[in-house]
Design a protein around this ligand. Structure first.
Ligand code: PEP
Ligand code: MG
Length: 759
């Protein structure tokens, strides 16, 4: 059964549109189950009716014509109950409704299963049989499994159609809406540029080109490149492989011939498709043909073809890499956006970001917030490889994207963009004013930085220091580990820019979702794996070079503070402190005269919460990383869009942990700040101030909003809000009572569009 399922899903996946996909589904399911009828009904959201979209066995002329409301017929019943229905004689059921045009009166038994995608019923899959009989348990299980598998495929095929401007029935429609999660607030209207990870054939978009000869040239050069590589590889392995094993390379070479794959790609390019798109298409066809074969050996050949495809693509992409054109109002779209990708778009051209994977807590979203770029993450249903060049609206508040927006929507969002601009101008006036509550409580607001661009933004917005400089960012946009000298130059720039204000530099925090292309870490569970301080303690050479570069960079400035990430206990802290002292001794021996900087730990692992006292005794300051602390306390992956709803820094457990850290740190006489995204949320910032945090560190974009909020609310009032929040056990109640309280204070302005996502 698994094999049959796999084959059907693969075949459906390679269908060119929804209609073809549904046609394949009904044909193959009917065959596999040996039934006389198989039909698919899809729920049309506009009319709220289940429409017959494909059938084998019923009258095909009724396709698109027969439909029923959710309270009509057996199909409506399956859809509303969200459960399969298995009937020996359908006509006996009180909900049975007869449609003369389908010819269905000939079929007695009925088995229907709902098709559900992300909790939403999208349709119903039905099989029918002439003779009266109950379908057995095995058949029912098969249909349920089939429809669960097909739900995603149908949603995807449907979305692809709507992107091309086609509705369910193939009619033109204006716009389509895709729902993800908010990544960075703001709205943007622009054109999509799809950026691909290197050599990933499956995600190459379709693109038509004028200059066919140029594409043919590119492809022929790629062919030659791969041929040459194959010959070299074969020669290199001559000593280790027997001649018959090396024959594999000859097979590869043959596949590249004109009469085989190579020739087919050339034919597709001649129709006007760019070389990369033609390659994807031809390789895809070959791969699915191989994968459908029953013979294990032949099935394995699919991976050879894929490999060849990837090799050819790598050559083609090399030729392309300089020629990507970024227009004004570029919206960068990728399966998984990376910080390096952000750096590739020329300044001033980028207005929005869309990522299929990841959530609001991914590092790329954090960077986007720092740069003030509206972003939507986790847009899992977007067939992103098809959107290159089309117009998009990015709504970073709601986490939604519209493709091909119509006039009305474009105007509406154009107005939001303009309002945003005006609001930002108003907040600029706050720059020179101190962050002080009406009852005189002073709260230092610091920034989180990573890119050099953050420095200018931070200064424009009146930051009083750097609470977190993510040193991994310059590492990530490099092609190798930066040398001590290179690091020294980068760090000095940060320290100088903010001098005499403090700059908190965190030691390299890679692993988790932050990987270096030149130091790959592959793990099943990266967030519970080799991350942060664990990596650098295992590689003291990396840690020492970094610490030395930081210390030397601070010569004559003395505004450096060093922060250690992912500390889970005293043993790690002691080792790290030992290395810092060693680096300090070394640079002083070399003649650089710097004092020992203050050193702090991040509290971002639950174990550190319970060891706050012990940790505080050994360091000069503490800084809470609420992004990771929330993730680890709630066991919710900060990047997984499926559980993004559960990720909540106003959860009572998180609030209690934060309060504990502040109280214990203060008992030990040590200052404590917070540098997670929570600090940049104006409403949450009130609670953090009331808890007693000594400073808040956030992205530069949100800093003026937080300052505006804190300047409106007395510390005593904030303490009341905190007491109220801490009295509830339900996160939803905490959200709504905080929202209501702020509304009653007339502070709704900062909790609607323009603020973070909390409320
Ligand atoms: C945090 O975890 O809250 C934090 C500030 O660090 P990062 O987001 O870089 O993991
Ligand atoms: Mg962290």
């Amino acid at each position: 059964m698994l094999n049959t399922l796999r084959k059907i899903v693969q075949e459906v996946n390679s269908a060119k549109d929804l209609k073809t996909a549904l046609g394949i589904i009904v044909l193959r399911v009917k065959e596999a189950m040996g039934s006389q009828v198989c039909s698919v009904y899809l729920l049309d959201p506009d009319t709220n009716r289940f429409v017959l979209m494909a059938t084998e066995g019923l009258n095909k002329r009724s396709i698109g014509k027969v439909s029923m409301a959710p309270n009509e017929g057996l199909v409506g019943l399956v859809g509303t109950r969200e459960e399969p229905l298995n009937l020996e004689n359908a006509a006996d059921h009180p909900r049975y409704r007869y449609f003369a045009e389908t010819g269905e009166e000939r079929f007695a038994s009925f088995l229907g299963a709902p098709i559900i995608h992300h909790r939403r019923v999208v349709g119903v899959l039905v099989i029918q049989q002439k003779e009266r009989r109950q379908f057995d348990e095995g058949e029912e299980a098969f249909l349920v499994t089939m429809s669960a598998q097909l739900a995603g495929v149908i949603a995807h095929a449907e979305a692809t159609g709507s992107i091309r401007g086609l509705g369910r029935q193939g009619k033109g429609i204006q716009e389509a809406r895709f729902v993800g999660v908010p990544g960075s607030p703001g709205a943007a209207v622009g054109r999509a540029v799809v950026m691909l990870p290197p050599a990933d054939l499956e995600v190459v978009p379709d693109k038509t080109v004028e200059d066919i000869d140029n594409e043919l040239n590119l492809f022929n050069n790629a062919l030659e490149g791969v041929r040459e590589d194959m010959r070299k590889l074969s020669a290199k392995l001559a000593a280790q492989l027997r001649p018959e094993e090396r024959a594999l390379f000859d097979v590869y070479l043959m596949m590249l011939e004109d009469a085989a794959l190579g020739g087919e790609v050339i034919e597709v390019i001649k129709t006007g498709q760019w070389a990369q798109g033609a390659l994807r298409q031809v390789v895809g066809e070959h791969v699915s043909r191989f994968e459908l074969m029953d013979d294990d050996y032949l099935r394995e050949r699919a991976s050879d073809v894929k490999d060849l495809g990837r090799r050819l693509l790598a050559y083609l992409q090399e030729a392309r890499s300089q020629s990507l054109v970024y227009q004004d109002n570029t919206i960068l779209v990728s399966e998984e956006l990376t910080p390096a990708m952000l750096g590739e778009v020329p300044e001033g051209k980028l207005v929005g970001l869309v990522s299929v994977l990841g959530s609001g807590n991914s590092h790329v979203a954090i960077l986007a917030r720092a740069m003030g770029i509206p972003t939507v993450m986790g847009l899992v249903d977007l067939p992103y490889s098809k959107v290159d060049g089309i117009e998009l609206i990015v709504d970073g508040y709601k986490g939604e994207v519209y493709t091909n927006p119509g006039e009305v929507l474009r105007k509406q969002y154009g107005d939001v963009v303009e309002e945003e601009r005006q609001l930002a101008q108003g907040l600029d006036a706050l720059r020179e004013l101190p962050c002080i509550t009406p009852d005189g409580h002073r709260m230092p607001l610091w920034v989180n930085t990573g890119l050099l661009a953050d420095v200018a933004r931070a200064q424009q917005r009146g930051a009083e220091g750097v609470g977190l400089y993510r040193t991994e960012v310059p590492f990530m946009i490099n092609q190798r580990f930066p040398s001590e000298k290179e690091q020294l130059a980068i760090y000095r720039e940060q320290l100088q820019a903010f001098h005499p204000r403090p700059v908190t530099m965190r030691s390299l925090d890679i692993g988790g979702d932050k990987s270096l292309s030149y130091f790959p870490i592959k793990e099943e569970n990266p967030f519970l794996g080799w991350r942060g301080i664990r990596v650098t303690l295992d590689h003291p050479e990396i840690f020492l070079v970094q610490a030395r570069a930081m210390l030397k960079a601070s010569e004559g400035l003395n505004n450096l503070r060093i922060l250690l990430p992912m500390i889970s206990g005293i043993h790690e802290l002691e080792e790290a402190l030992h290395l810092i002292h060693r680096a300090w001794g070394e640079v002083r021996d070399e003649g650089t005269d710097v004092p020992m900087p203050p050193v702090g730990v991040m509290v971002e692992i639950p174990a550190a919460v319970y060891q706050t006292r012990e940790l505080a005794r050994q360091v000069d300051f503490l800084s809470v990383g609420s992004n990771d602390l929330t993730q680890y306390l709630l066991a919710v992956d900060r990047n997984n869009p499926r559980v993004a709803d559960l990720y909540d820094y106003l959860h009572p457990a998180v609030l209690q942990a934060l309060q504990t850290v502040v109280s214990v740190a203060h008992e030990e006489g040590k200052p404590v700040s917070i540098c997670g995204e929570m600090a940049g949320d104006p409403a949450a910032a009130l609670l953090l101030m009331a808890m007693g945090f000594d400073s808040l560190s956030m992205n530069a974009t949100n800093l003026p909003k937080v300052k505006w909020m804190l300047r409106q609310v007395n510390l005593s009032k904030a303490k009341e809000l905190l007491a109220d929040a801490m009295s509830h056990d339900n996160p939803q109640v905490i959200h709504s009572s905080l929202q209501l309280a702020l509304k009653n204070l007339g502070l709704a302005r900062m909790i609607g569009p323009g603020a973070n996502k909390t409320l």
